[in-house]
Write a protein that binds this ligand. Structure first.
Ligand code: PLP
Length: 392
């Protein structure tokens, strides 16, 4: 394992920050220029070359957070995902992908790869043998997501990196759900780490951005494709993201604690059938999660008993909002069967284990007593309705 020189909160607060040499202000100055004087042939500063002062400063912070040599910031998580994958592919190549993936990534693969002449296979399960089964002579990439959405499955980082090494493949992970606070895949030999910075890095549900962290050698083809695709982030948002990341360590720590507390509460609730959270000893991959994560994250899912209506439960909550996105300071819930996984169809959902009564819970930073109180009153409301319906 590579040794970190600074603690996570110090990296979040300081690493990469720009000095305000004019006024000695406390925070990085914001440079909005899209046009800079010529320095030399290798240093043409321009937003779409990903090298404005604020982009460079934030990249240093993100690289440090992921124990990587270098990082790049993108206009969205999907700009990072698409650029990060396509940089290593040509027509005729093949990709092996985990079967549980973010919907946008699944859509990128299934709607765009065929016409580029790139073939792909989704695994049947999450064991290393499941991944190895799908590798062909022309495979170039293994792509994983752990913990996954919405069932918080865990994929073995060390096992995947060894498999990639054995076959000479590039291993890529979407590390969004864990955040760099809880999981640093490069320490386990994974090659490329991708984030939707819209989630934990931004953390306030008001920034759309993405990031890639990797070695300098692997970043070269990513950079060459990125300047052509043009998915850079505006410097104002880069600056705002730098500010947001300053509190990421303490936000995520609180979100981890809230998730563990609520998962334990829900696991012991008579109206809850099952809880999916890697921090629970009942989670089938709890030991693996313990090995590769320093915290279990702020995301969990739970399944209501079949007699209960998930939509009615969500509506019965007071301050916990229904929301499509995740990882903000506010707690939010979503029904995957009705939203993120609606297009999948009932049969495929059942195969993947996504029940109609499944609720995905993104824990915020509110006080845990208040979160429990909101859940309690929602359970009371819906179980009263149940009784009213079932008693003639
Ligand atoms: C949101 C998300 C993305 C896509 O990020 P955008 O910023 O919305 O483009 C990718 N992967 C995961 C796991 C996500 O949650």
């Amino acid at each position: 394992m590579k040794k970190r020189e600074l603690g996570i909160n110090t990296i979040c607060t300081h690493t990469g920050e720009l000095k305000d040499t004019s006024y000695n202000g406390a925070v990085s100055p914001l440079y909005m220029s899209t046009s800079y004087a010529f320095e030399d042939v290798d240093k043409k500063r321009y937003p779409r070359y990903f090298n404005t002062p604020n982009q460079e400063a934030l990249s240093i912070k993100i690289a440090a957070l992921e124990h990587a040599e270098t990082a790049m910031i993108f206009g969205s998580g999907m700009a990072a995902v698409s650029t990060g994958i396509l940089a290593f592919l040509s027509a005729g190549d093949h990709v092996v992908l985990q079967n549980m993936l973010y919907g946008g990534t699944y859509n990128l693969v299934t709607t765009q790869f065929d016409k580029m002449g790139v073939s792909y296979s989704f695994t049947d399960g999450l064991s290393i043998a499941d991944f190895e089964d799908k590798i062909r002579d022309n495979t170039k990439i293994i792509y994983i997501e752990t913990p996954s959405n919405p069932l918080l499955t865990i994929t073995d980082l060390g096992g995947i990196s060894k498999l990639a090494e054995k076959y000479g493949l590039i291993s890529i992970i979407d590390n969004t759900f864990a955040s760099p606070v809880n999981q640093n895949p490069i320490d386990f030999g994974i090659d490329v780490v991708i984030h939707s910075a819209t989630k934990y890095m931004g953390g306030h549900s008001d920034i759309c951005a993405g990031a890639i962290a990797t070695s300098k050698a692997l970043m070269e083809p990513i950079f060459q494709l990125a300047i052509n695709l043009g998915g850079s982030l505006s410097d104002y948002t880069v600056w705002l993201l730098e500010r947001s990341i300053k509190t990421m360590g303490i936000r995520v720590k609180t979100q981890n604690e809230n998730a563990m507390h609520l998962a334990t509460y829900l696991e012991n609730h008579s109206l809850v059938k099952k809880v999916y959270y890697p921090g629970l000893t009942s989670h089938e991959d709890h030991e693996l999660a313990k090995k590769q994560m320093s915290g279990f994250g702020g995301m969990m899912s739970f399944e209501l008993e079949e007699t209960l209506d998930a939509a009615a439960f969500r509506k019965a909550l007071n301050f916990i909002k229904s929301s499509m996105s995740l990882a903000g300071v506010e707690s939010t819930v979503l029904s995957p069967a009705m939203t993120s996984h609606a297009l999948m169809g009932a049969e495929e959902r059942e195969k993947q284990g996504i029940a109609d009564g499944l609720i995905r819970f993104s824990l915020g930073i509110e006080d845990k007593e208040d979160l429990i109180a909101d859940m309690k009153q929602a359970f009371e409301k819906i179980s009263k309705n149940e009784m009213a319906i079932s008693t003639p």
